[in-house]
Design a protein around this ligand. Sequence first.
Ligand code: 5GP
Length: 191
Amino acid sequence: MQLLEERIRKDGKVFPGNILKVDSFLNHQIDVRLLDQIGEEFLRLFAADRIDKILTIEASGIGIACITAQHFGVPVVFAKKTQTKNIAADVYTAKVESFTHGKVYDIIVSKEFLHPGERILLIDDFLAKGQALLGLIQLVRSAGAIPVGAGIAIEKGFQEGGELVRQTGIHLESLAIVESMGGDGSICFRH
Ligand code: 5GP
């Protein structure tokens, strides 16, 4: 998506440890117009997939997921991150290793909001090592629902997540795939 690539080039900041900061339009301050165009693009890409519900993970996926859901006319559910040892019986759960925080946490979704047979579109801001998305896929499957597709704003193509998620066979669409990031702040995209 050219508009997103241009914005990343203009306002994205490269940090040590292969971190791309997009705090001025996606992760802290939010450009709602851009998110609206992202949502429209996801609708175009997943229109044939008969989506019943959108699932994301707190916190940074929620904004994109909500605006995307408006385009699809479906509800949004976000998985909550928790470190509680005793997981309640009325939730679906999966383990996720955080790339940015370097720890393992549980993600939970109440059984009230995810049902067998539902066709789920997963939405997130970043795809890096793939752990967040793989955790969501596992959680959806444990509910007997169907992880039909995954819509990602920014995939870091030099990390393994894209490959791992594509291997699961789900329909993955990343709107901007970063091929490489230089120490001088330069960013190259895959086309
Ligand atoms: P993964 O599980 O694919 O390794 O990482 C996905 C999550 O880590 C995303 O939801 C995002 O919040 C965070 N993340 C991974 N890499 C980056 C990055 O370069 N920049 C930012 N801002 N977040 C990232």
